[in-house]
Design a protein around this ligand. Structure first.
Ligand code: ZN
Ligand code: ZN
Length: 579
């Protein structure tokens, strides 16, 4: 008894002193913990590490078997306990947010393994393509070194796909097809890209043979997985629709909103009605200008569509697309400065470039920024080229990005959207936020910045009514993305209903709408991030505007909001309102 008591005493003393230590020095201890957490994360997920520019584990390919899943679960529970050692109240604001982000991420990880289980029903979870392609195409180290890692990593490819086969259980037909398509795409990495890269090294013949053999074995393993999927009986396959319960949970973990998905659905319906009302008024105002005395359609949606189609005819020529974007960036910057909307650091210029070939076909325009391990790199505005498009496709694209919407695109992607947000988030670098940053806040900021520019008079020197109408159409897209995603995954929305929503109510081209339908079947929740973030930022802004009255200053609000980094809006709100 005595001995035991003694042991307990020591343990208690140890715990007590640990606590004192943690509390007296909680921020620096927590900073150390974060660094350790990220290192352990990379060890567990080497592919992810590679993709963010951390190259210590490039040669590792984990086999996704039961043992690996156990490792992940134990990682999450150990980290959950470790996190509890830190007293939340004693942390700085920045660390408070990091703490909450880590907590959410850990809970999300456990939920994904135990509840979501896409490792059973989504065969597309298994694809080695992207990390191998990254090692082959990104020039971060000499080719010889990269291929040496590639070669070691290749060894586990056959075991990887064998483990995948063991897990597939009642996959949805849609995801089965996606997995077949995507893995067929991966084949070319090993059948052509890798082969020519190896040959270019002029290795010793024996070694070259060994390198090529492993590539061939990998191809064989992928082909065998594709065949396995093609033979799979999908009669008892589950629906591609996530269902109410899983959806509500995934929304909670991924979007990290203060609202439930049902509440966001209702807010999106309200916004859609508001936009339709405003757009009807504008279309009625604009009608005589384009159609003279011609009678207006009785149906308001048809009226809006006719006016939008007419306005969209004005657009830049395909060959001037990139030059027009380059010209607009300084104009947007000047407007932001003149209206005092937010400080933009002139020392961090944005470079517009032609979209690199490995991105081709993904999106018309995007921002790519240096990862957390290459802070000094350049931020690029990638612009897709229309070279080789047939004229009908190019025309449809150019109408989508017509003279007005092209400006809104630039606001969204660059000034003061994604690019400016990025510059601010890099000012207070947090490895946690750059790895586990909140997508809804990032997209929400870009969508909010569009409205903020319009509200402050952007486009007044152009045809203002037409500009607002096109802005509303653009905003309607994010609203309908949300209605589509929640509708399809929780309300059994049919293909016909989806087309009605996107084409008739959101004025999209048939081809664009069909593309959205394909996307919503194979993904879930992500499509709601744009509207949810926008809605929450606007709520916060409007609340402060009302509260502060004449003292409210939009520049101060914008800068203050962005100073918290890429964090969930609800956590930023909490800290902003506390002050
Ligand atoms: Zn045209
Ligand atoms: Zn965006």
């Amino acid at each position: 008894m005595k001995n035991r008591f003694h042991v307990i005493c020591i343990v208690m003393l140890l715990l007590f002193s640990l606590q004192v230590l943690a509390k007296s020095n909680s921020n620096s201890a927590f900073n150390k913990y974060k660094t350790g957490f990220i290192n352990r994360l990379w060890k567990l997920y080497p592919d992810w590490a590679t993709s963010v520019g951390y190259h210590q584990y490039d040669s590792v390919l984990n086999i996704p078997n039961a043992n690996q899943r156990l490792k992940e679960k134990s990682f999450f529970s150990i980290e959950r306990n470790a996190l509890k050692q830190y007293s939340y109240e004693q942390l700085s604001d920045a660390n408070k947010i990091d703490y909450r982000i880590l907590e959410d991420y850990i809970n999300y990880g456990i939920w994904q393994i135990d509840q979501y289980k896409s490792w059973q029903w989504n065969p597309a979870d298994y694809n080695v393509g992207s990390s191998f392609a990254y090692i082959l195409s990104e020039n971060y180290a000499p080719l010889k070194k990269r291929l040496a890692d590639f070669y070691i990593k290749l060894k586990n490819v056959p075991a990887y796909y064998e483990a995948a086969k063991q897990h597939i259980y009642q996959p949805s037909e849609v995801h089965l097809k996606l997995a077949i398509d995507q893995n067929e795409g991966t084949l070319s990495i090993f059948e052509t890209d890798y082969v020519s890269a190896v040959k270019s090294l002029k290795l010793h013949p024996e070694m070259e043979k060994a390198y090529l053999q492993r590539g061939a074995d990998a191809s064989k393993a992928i082909l065998s997985y594709i065949q396995f999927l093609k033979n799979y009986n999908t009669e008892n396959g589950r629906s591609f629709r996530l269902g109410k319960d899983l959806y509500a949970d995934k929304f909670k973990y991924e979007i990290q909103s203060a609202y439930t998905s049902d509440e966001i659905y209702d807010a999106a319906i309200t916004r859609k009605d508001f936009l339709h009302t405003e757009m009807t008024q504008l279309a009625k105002l604009l009608w005589p200008r384009y159609f003279g005395k011609l009678e207006m359609p009785v149906n308001n949606l048809q009226l809006i569509k006719k006016v939008i189609d007419t306005i969209s005819v004005k657009h830049v020529k395909a060959k001037n697309f990139k030059a027009e974007i380059e010209k607009q960036i300084p104009e947007l910057t000047a407007f932001v400065k003149e209206k005092n909307l937010i400080y933009i650091n002139p020392k961090k210029p944005l470079k517009v470039r032609k979209e690199p070939s490995y991105m081709a076909g993904v999106a018309g325009a995007s921002i790519s920024s240096p990862g957390p391990y290459e802070r000094k790199g350049t931020t690029y505005y990638n612009v897709g080229t229309l070279d080789g498009w047939d004229s009908a496709r190019a025309e449809s694209y150019l109408r989508e990005y017509n003279q007005y919407t092209l400006q809104i695109l630039n606001i969204h992607e660059a000034i003061p959207g994604h690019y400016v947000q990025l510059v601010y988030s890099n000012k207070s670098p947090s490895i946690i936020k750059s790895i586990l940053g909140n997508g809804a806040m990032i997209e929400g900021w870009a969508v909010y910045s569009e409205l903020m520019m319009m509200e402050n008079g952007y486009g007044l020197d152009q045809d203002s009514a037409a500009f607002w109408l096109m802005y509303y159409k653009w905003n309607l897209r994010t609203v309908c993305n949300t209605l589509l995603d929640i509708g399809v995954h929780t309300k059994n929305m049919s293909h016909a209903e989806a087309m009605d929503l996107l084409v008739n109510q959101a004025f999209q081209q048939q081809a664009e709408a069909e593309g959205k339908w394909r996307r919503v079947q194979v993904t879930n929740v992500q499509l709601t991030s744009y509207f949810t973030g926008f809605y929450e930022i606007l709520q916060l802004r409007n609340y402060l505007k009302e509260k502060d009255g004449a003292a409210f200053n939009v520049k101060k609000f914008n800068e203050n909001f962005l100073s918290y980094g890429s964090a969930p809006v609800k956590y930023i709100r909490e800290l902003m309102l506390k002050k």
